[in-house]
Write a new protein. Structure first.
Ligand code: COS
Length: 387
């Protein structure tokens, strides 16, 4: 649901220009230094990129889901590291507050997230709890007007930069499953909260993750999101429904870039006396990639509109994440193949993207978890219809 076509298109055009003129030329330096230049981060703040999805009442741009995915199609033509920096404030780092926070919590934190003054992280995954998120072991025990948190979180995106963490912890240790889990806001710098060394990863240099440890970390009881215990897991799942649509759109942006690089190279590179784009076997790779990108775009836009109408998109978000992440992997593989030896060289953009996009099939729920969610929802619906 586009609210105002004209205003949105102006914003989309400026983000497209910024991506092409500022972000893409800095990709190599980001990969080399593992850092986004501060001047670019300031420009991202000025463009409003940290608050794209935060409601206007709290200082954001309040984009609809459809607007958000269209923005990602454009922005994610540049290295995934840029999107990763603004991704948590627009998604998993802020959404629990937006969906389930009380007014005081929202007013306290959302304007700073929208302005990019604070970076938010989402701390769900633990060393022994990944796909089985409901098995998490971090505890939050009530003590007077505080909760005392103990435990460890792993692979937490933007944790090294974060000023704020949404932390999922078990408030009722007697309940083993999802019901005993609650969500908290924990500010960086709270005594008892510490960070591990930044992780060394296969790709996505410039995007940072690390462990987050809680050792008798006292958090004000007012920071329990929504003020109710036991709601944290469901909130996290709703956050991930939206996050998965967002990541699916990120995959489309990256795949479009990869295909543009492959097409450009196929037109330039000559073998056997002609551009390799003239060869039908190369054309098949280009055409399959274009077709799959188009399919992913269509399904993501459709699911985004469905969410904007207020309908549940749990199944659709997983379908989109599954298809788009796998599609992006295939497109990256073909882009390297079309480049031949040049695509295997560290200096080439497709080599870097090939490693960067591998993460899409893993984070915010692996492809296998998406399959599981889709099939479970199908079976549940079939049983409901037949009973
Ligand atoms: N929206 C709202 N509620 C949801 C929901 C959703 N999308 N998905 C599940 N729930 C609710 C269920 O309805 C259930 O509540 P009731 O018991 O009241 O019915 C509760 O949450 C528990 O759900 P479920 O029984 O499905 O939980 P499981 O432990 O079986 O597993 C999966 C759920 C596997 C889907 C979940 O653990 C998951 O998504 N894992 C992947 C985690 C992930 O993506 N990690 C990435 C890192 S975080 S960026």
């Amino acid at each position: 649901m586009i609210r105002d076509d004209k205003t949105f298109n102006l914003l989309l055009d400026s983000v497209a220009r910024f991506t092409q003129e500022r972000l893409i030329p800095h990709e190599a330096v980001v990969a080399e230094t593992d850092a986004i230049p501060p001047v670019l981060i300031d420009e991202m703040r000025e463009l409003g990129l940290f608050g794209l999805t935060i409601p206007e009442t709290y200082g954001g741009l309040g984009l609809t889901m459809e607007e958000e995915v269209r923005m990602m199609f454009v922005l994610c033509q540049a290295s995934p590291a840029f999107r990763s920096l603004i991704g948590t404030n627009n998604g998993i780092g802020s959404q629990a507050l937006i969906l389930a926070g009380d007014e005081v919590q929202k007013r306290r934190y959302l304007p700073k997230l929208a302005a990019g003054e604070l970076i938010a992280s989402f701390a769900l995954t633990e060393p022994d709890s990944g796909s089985d998120a409901a098995s998490l072991r971090t505890t939050a025990v009530r003590d007077g007007d505080c909760y005392v948190l103990n435990g460890a979180k792993r692979y937490i995106t933007n944790a090294p930069e974060a000023g704020l963490f949404t932390v999922l912890a078990r408030t009722d240790p007697k309940v083993k499953g999802s019901e005993g889990i609650s969500a908290f806001i924990v500010e960086a710098g709270t005594p008892g909260l510490s960070l591990g060394q930044p992780d060394r990863k296969m790709g996505q240099r410039g995007a940072h993750t690390c462990d987050v440890m809680f050792d008798d970390c006292r958090v004000p009881a007012d920071n329990l999101i929504g003020g109710r215990e036991g709601e944290g897991f469901k909130t996290a799942m709703k956050v991930l429904d939206k996050g998965r649509l967002h990541i699916a759109a990120v995959c489309v942006g990256a795949a479009e870039r990869l295909l543009a690089e492959a097409l450009r190279y196929a037109l330039e590179r000559r073998q056997f006396g002609q551009p390799i784009a003239e060869f039908q076997l190369v054309q098949a790779m280009l055409a399959d990639s274009q077709t799959e990108i188009y399919a992913a775009r269509c399904m993501i836009l459709e699911a985004a509109r469905q969410r904007d109408r207020g309908e549940s998109v749990s199944t659709e978000a997983s379908c989109c994440k599954l298809f788009a992440a796998e599609m992006c992997g295939r497109v990256a593989d073909r882009a390297v193949q079309i480049h031949g030896g040049a695509g295997y060289m560290a200096a080439s953009a497709v080599e870097r993207f090939y490693r960067d996009v591998r993460l899409f099939r893993i984070y915010e729920g692996t492809s296998q978890i998406q399959q599981l969610i889709i099939a479970r929802n199908m079976i549940r619906e079939a049983r409901r219809m037949s009973s």
